[in-house]
Design a protein around this ligand. Structure first.
Ligand code: PLP
Length: 384
């Protein structure tokens, strides 16, 4: 075996506590799983069938790097609806999951030493992706006391000469926050004033229970705004690995070229499945949203009056729950909760330093099991 070291980037890659929890809880049937961030139902039949047909028809070969034209058209139609005006299909790049879109955008914008503003708390890959390209993630806070909305003055104060982009996420993981239009407009204005790119992750756009989803694309700053979304959450397609990036005009060719040495393209049959998902009836999305709304009601019933929930989630399918005083930190708490009560949650620290006194729960499981898991969590925190 060689003694030559692995890369510095690999060595210093931020690790997150989800992995530890998955090792303890993953796949165990004796545990109530409040940690899993994906819909529990299967991809709707008509989408699976479309992929099956596509494979039989020969969609088994290389496809264009930016995506199959018919899918790009469907995505552009969806994005136009969100933007409130036409989004051209040539701005769409189909990616391997929404995570692929985030990676491609950062790869395109950042050199080593650049800074990227990311929320605290946020999905952990917001920190890992800049790290991979040698850029520095700089956190702005989304405090529970502000219902997890960003403070625009603080965001602006974090901008330096090295800042390239601001990453935002609404509806939000892990908070369930939904940015109102004025917050979104304010963020777009910060990007405009400071000549920055705004990368807006809207992958939970179909799951909103209070207020409405307002896309960053609706404020006319196309040259500086990237929109990230996909089919993973809306159509229960997490395993298909299909997302997309809406690029500023003129930037999609470069995004496509950057995908070439990493993934080349998303898989052909997966793209055909996504095309079917977007082109056919959207009833399955409405049904999924209704299920999550119902489960959110369960969450509010169990935790609503306890003061334990840091804020009521208005969207996505997550909430942050305080862990009380008996445990020193969220990782110790989450491990103890599995060991002593057989309920799995994600330590808040995974999402940012501000959340080490909370865990994330996902309302992605059967209503009654969810109720049971939340009651156990509540009683455990309250010392029962
Ligand atoms: N963005 C956020 C905020 C997420 O929570 C996730 C997955 O949990 C993703 C992106 C990744 O989505 P995909 O599975 O399409 O890569």
């Amino acid at each position: 075996m060689t003694t030559r070291p692995i890369s510095e980037k690999a060595k210093t890659m931020p690790r997150n506590a989800i992995r530890e929890i998955m090792e303890l809880a993953g796949g165990r049937k004796d545990i109530i799983h409040l940690e899993v961030g994906e819909p529990d139902f299967s991809t709707p039949d008509h989408i699976v069938e479309a992929a099956y047909q596509a494979l039989k028809e020969g969609w088994t070969k290389y496809v264009p790097g930016a995506g199959i034209p018919a899918l790009r058209e469907q995505i552009a139609r969806r994005a136009s609806g969100r933007a409130g005006r036409a989004v051209e299909a040539d701005r769409v790049v189909v990616t391997v999951g929404a995570v692929g879109a985030l990676y491609t955008a950062i790869l395109m914008l950042c050199d080593a030493g650049d800074e990227v503003l990311i929320p605290d708390p946020c999905w952990p890959n917001y920190a890992s992706i800049p790290h991979i390209v040698g850029a520095t993630p700089v956190r702005y806070s989304q405090l529970a006391s502000r219902r997890f909305l960003p403070n625009l003055d603080e965001v602006e104060a974090k901008v330096t000469a090295k800042t390239k982009a601001i990453m935002i996420n609404t509806p939000g993981n892990p908070t369930g926050v939904v940015f109102p239009g004025e917050t979104m407009r304010g963020l777009v204005d910060v990007a405009r004033r400071h000549d920055l790119y705004l990368i807006s992750d809207e992958v939970y756009e179909d799951f909103v229970y209070e207020g409405e989803h307002v896309s960053a694309s609706s404020f006319g700053l196309d040259e500086q705004v990237f929109v990230v979304s996909g089919v993973s959450k809306s159509y229960a397609m997490t395993g298909w690995r299909l997302g997309y990036l809406i690029c500023p005009p003129g930037m999609s060719d470069l995004a496509t070229a950057l995908q070439d040495p990493t993934v080349a393209s998303a898989a052909a049959a997966t793209q055909k499945a996504a095309e079917a998902a977007l082109a056919s009836s959207q009833d399955c999305v409405a049904e999924a949203a209704a299920i999550f709304r119902r489960r959110r009601d369960v969450l509010l019933q169990v935790l609503g009056n306890t003061g334990l929930m840091l804020a009521e989630p208005d969207g996505a399918f997550y909430a942050l729950v305080g862990i009380g005083d008996r445990h020193p930190d969220s990782t110790t708490f989450a491990k103890a909760l599995i060991a002593e009560r057989k309920v799995a949650t994600v330590p808040g620290l995974t999402f940012g330093p501000s959340c080490d006194k909370a865990v994330r729960v996902a309302f992605t499981i059967d209503d009654e099991v969810l109720r049971q898991g939340l009651e156990i969590l509540r009683d455990y925190v309250e010392g029962g």
